[in-house]
Design a protein around this ligand. Structure first.
Ligand SMILES: NC(=O)c1ccc[n+]([C@@H]2O[C@H](COP(=O)([O-])OP(=O)(O)OC[C@H]3O[C@@H](n4cnc5c(N)ncnc54)[C@H](OP(=O)(O)O)[C@@H]3O)[C@@H](O)[C@H]2O)c1
Length: 326
């Protein structure tokens, strides 16, 4: 070995030895939905953990939001499949959190989601590059706490999980991250803000029936950490549950809302739930507790952020009338 190559080898050894685990595993990650409530937290989590992020953005506003998190922007759309192909092709892994939350044409949104998953999957096929797909925790049978190993036996309104898991047969290291009914935190524009708005407009914080139906929930920062762990570690075909609260009785959610808005808390008879809560009535009166025990055991993930009731008690949900999805 001459002096120069000896030095080079020494330098390379020193570099190898001084690389932190974070740098060694650094990936370039393509994130769809990077400007969203959950996706933006995922972007931040990835960057803080040493990964690089390319975030899909369909407008100037979304692009600015993605860039402000420190990610590179890829302009595109779920309907522009070439933008998804090029994002996936240039990445070491993909996290899919984009979804068209248009409840007036959910079938079209679900189809766009399926196409996006298939398109990204086709690019990743045969590689070991990970693909993490967002889905929902199942509601199976009242009284049963659903685990990661349980699958749906009824047709679902969206195809995310099925479309993703089908990709395992094409050699994609795909995992499904099931999110509970409520992913909460500052900036939430999902179901809980809608319940708050309904309580304000009706003058009562209502809950369906005897209020015993249980809602699972997770803080978005805990969910974001699990997306990263799934990307880094999940074997093909894994289902993970990002669940912090296994199941909060809906009367307790109504109780906190009533206390903060200074409104009475009352049962809404099941026959009046649709009229009172609109489309949310059916969702609010569905018992769907979910466990994350297997996810916690398999990935060493544990929720660290406040649960839904404690988060509601922090007050940020009640500062202003909230803009909600859909
Ligand atoms: N939040 C919850 O409580 C909850 C609970 C269960 C499951 N989930 C699921 O978790 C995932 C993320 O939810 P989220 O709460 O973060 O949703 P979100 O805040 O509504 O964000 C949706 C993201 O998708 C993007 N998007 C929408 N239509 C698009 C299109 N046509 N092309 C490209 N991008 C598009 C949005 O971009 P723009 O910024 O341009 O709008 C945004 O970045 C979704 O699959 C959602 O269904 C959420």
């Amino acid at each position: 070995m001459n002096e120069e190559s000896g030095l080079a080898s020494e330098v390379s050894q020193t570099l190898t030895l001084t690389l932190s685990p974070m740098e060694e595993f650094s990936m370039k990650v393509f994130v769809t939905g990077a400007s969203g409530f959950i996706g933006s937290a995922v972007v931040r989590e990835l960057i803080e953990s040493g990964h690089q992020v390319v975030g899909l953005a369909r407008s100037d506003k979304s692009a600015a939001s993605v860039a402000s998190e420190g990610a590179e922007v890829l302009r595109g759309d779920l309907d522009d499949l070439d933008s998804l192909r090029s994002g996936a092709a240039a990445s070491d892994g993909v996290i899919h959190t984009a979804f068209i939350h248009d409840f007036t044409d959910f079938a079209k949104a679900a189809e766009a989601d399926r196409c996006a998953i298939e398109t990204i999957g086709a690019v990743l096929a045969g590689s070991d590059r990970p693909f993490v797909v967002s889905a929902g925790t199942p509601g199976l049978m009242a009284g049963r706490v659903v685990t990661e190993d349980e699958t749906f036996d009824a047709p679902l309104p969206r195809f995310s999980e099925d479309a993703a898991l089908l990709l395992t047969s094409q050699g994609v290291r795909v995992s499904v991250l099931r999110l509970p009914r409520s992913v909460h935190g500052e900036g939430d524009h999902g179901f809980v803000p809608q319940l708050i708005n309904i309580a304000r407009s009706k003058g009562v914080a209502g809950y369906p029936g005897d209020g015993s139906y249980r809602w699972p929930a997770v803080h978005r920062l805990d969910a974001a950490r699990l997306f990263r762990l799934a990307l880094e570690n999940a074997p093909a075909g894994t289902r993970l549950h990002a669940v912090g609260d296994e199941g909060i009785p809906v009367r307790d959610i109504a109780g906190v809302i009533g206390r903060h808005l200074n409104l009475p808390v009352a049962s809404v008879p099941l026959s009046e739930v649709d009229a009172h809560f609109g489309f949310l009535g059916r969702i609010f009166s569905y018992d769907c507790p979910s466990s994350s025990a297997l996810t916690q055991e398999r990935f060493g993930w544990h929720p660290e952020q406040p649960g839904l009731l404690a988060d509601l008690d922090q007050g940020h949900y009640f500062k202003n009338e909230m803009v909600v999805s859909g």
